[in-house]
Design a protein around this ligand. Structure first.
Ligand code: ADP
Ligand code: GLC
Length: 491
């Protein structure tokens, strides 16, 4: 019998996306369908997501406390994947970002919003909503879904749970009084369960109770068990190391394909890179940078937060602008970083183009038009942009952390000879190291044949979900075996 998977996420591309979790939730479930699993994606019915989904049908309607909740079913655009939306208007029917208000602050009722979502998912997972469909596995992602494995553990008969950490820095921490307000068991107030330094931690629900925990690269799975990357949870993660693993994210190779991408000026592939020049020219024109085909153009598309090392780039800009290069940066986030970037862009208009905002089209055009891609993250659970860059022949310059170190091989005489070199690695998080590595890349760029070797090595790598989806299937089987009392299923 095909495994039934309830894939739970707080965002999914193309319905709503703030970062890589959206990309993963919009593509991994589809790869699981290709493995013949019976998958449903469930997420909150944010106004934007409902708008994108188009026609939906009502599957169920029920009360949860004093709230009436409607479960809607639709289909992910251009895919056979069924999407379930948890429609609780007071909680999710709001414009804009799923987590933040228009001032960039977390919505004041986030604890209540994601606790309600978790309760509904748990109810569906226990086959208590009259749907006659009970999953074998509930696959939870990040803190917004952390309470689900904990709530499931309250039932003697339950599906197995898997919890994926996409970013341990975001933990869903709330003031202590929320425990009672959300009607959670008083016994959970213990540092062995949901308490974290006198706050209520949603992510700990996943880390303490899930049958299997994984993160999105093998490197980050090792790193989070250390004090440097563990955000205070390294002890718990070491304690659970027997059920903790890393599975590298894949990418949507149709959405991100330079040979077919409808957003590009000209298509190209690993056998014929000539089309890349037209994309560079179009990008320089669009961003108001001087038309210089021979000058290396460095791109970046990112949330503007400390994680991504944007401040390290900012510190390096006065030196970078003295080098023969141009920079094209797209991002939004921290307002101080946004202001510093736009100020510098005004100061160096021939060198630096900064676009503040969220722009899917420009993101594709930067990946295609740039020669190199900058990603000096302080930590990176996986990172998708370096993989998009590799696929687009845009050589990545990255920190040696997490998924970046797992996907990028530094260029040296040895790795060039072996044919594995595909990018450049920065060894520490400071602007001097960044600058040195960029200079090293610029020297290599002058040797056209060698540069093309780097490009084609990256373009020929397989970053599709095929292998990783298989690894998730093995993880599901392990979780299932660890679960002694599955819910009886109407199969
Ligand atoms: P993270 O999830 O930590 O933000 P990832 O590299 O996993 O980092 O994924 C980020 C995703 O969000 C990529 O698809 C990237 O292109 C996209 N993205 C980030 N910022 C922007 C932006 N300002 N405009 C368009 N896309 C963006
Ligand atoms: C997180 C991480 C990023 C990862 C993404 C998808 O947002 O910061 O490294 O690629 O999740 O798993």
């Amino acid at each position: 019998m095909n495994l039934r998977i309830l894939f739970v996420s707080s965002e999914a591309y193309p319905l709503i996306k703030t970062g890589g979790l959206g990309d993963v939730a919009g593509s991994l479930p589809c790869a699981l369908l290709d493995l013949q699993l019976d998958v449903r994606l469930i997420m909150p019915a944010y106004a934007t997501a409902v708008g994108q989904l188009g026609d939906t049908k009502i599957l169920a309607q029920f009360s949860e406390g004093t709230d009436t909740v409607t479960l809607r079913e639709g289909q992910l655009p251009d895919s056979p994947l069924k999407v379930w939306l948890v429609d609780a208007p007071g909680y999710f029917d709001r414009p804009g970002n799923p987590y933040l208000n228009s001032n960039g602050q977390p919505w004041a009722d986030n604890a209540a919003r994601f606790a309600l979502f978790s309760r509904i998912v748990t109810r569906l997972a226990l086959n208590q909503a009259g749907l006659n469909w009970a999953p074998d596995i509930v696959h939870c992602n990040d803190w917004q879904t952390g309470l689900i494995p904990a709530l499931l553990a309250l039932s003697a008969q339950r599906p197995a749970s898997v919890f994926t950490i996409h970013n341990l820095a975001y933990q869903g921490l709330f003031p202590a009084h929320n425990l009672q307000q959300l009607g959670l068991p008083a016994s959970w107030w213990s540092h062995h369960i949901l308490e974290f330094h006198e706050q209520l931690s949603f992510i700990k629900g996943g880390l303490v109770f899930a049958d299997r925990i994984n993160t999105v690269s093998p490197g980050y799975a090792r790193e989070i068990q250390t004090a440097e990357f563990g955000n205070g949870l390294e002890g718990l993660l070491r304690h659970r190391s027997a059920v903790l693993s890393g599975i590298l994210n894949g990418i949507d190779t149709e959405e991100w394909n330079p040979a077919t991408d409808p957003l590009l000026e000209k298509h190209y592939d690993a056998n014929n890179l000539s089309g890349k020049h037209a994309n560079k020219q179009a990008l320089q024109t669009a961003l108001g940078l001087p038309q210089k085909p021979g000058t290396p153009l460095l791109g970046l598309v990112s949330r503007l937060v400390t994680q991504k090392g944007i401040d390290i780039i900012l510190d390096a800009i006065p030196s970078l602008v003295k080098l023969p290069l141009q920079l094209a940066l797209l991002g939004s986030g921290d307002q101080t970083l946004e202001t510093r970037l736009t100020t510098l862009a005004r100061q160096y208009p021939n060198k630096l183009a900064v676009s503040i905002g969220y722009d899917e089209t420009l993101a594709h055009r930067i990946e295609a038009g740039a020669d190199m891609y900058l990603m000096p993250s302080r930590f990176e659970p996986c990172g998708l942009n370096q993989m998009y860059s590799l696929r687009y022949g845009t050589v990545p310059i990255v920190r040696n952390v997490g998924g970046l170190a797992d996907t990028v091989t530094d260029t040296s005489a040895k790795t060039l000879a072996k044919g594995t070199a595909n990018g450049f690695i920065i060894n520490t998080d400071d602007s001097l190291a960044l600058l040195k590595t960029i200079k090293r890349a610029l020297r290599r760029y002058r040797d056209k044949a060698q540069w093309q070797q780097l490009q084609t090595t990256g373009m020929q790598q397989d970053f599709s979900w095929r292998n990783s989806a298989q690894e998730y299937l093995s993880l599901y089987r392990q979780a299932q075996q660890a679960n002694p009392n599955p819910v009886s299923n109407a199969k």
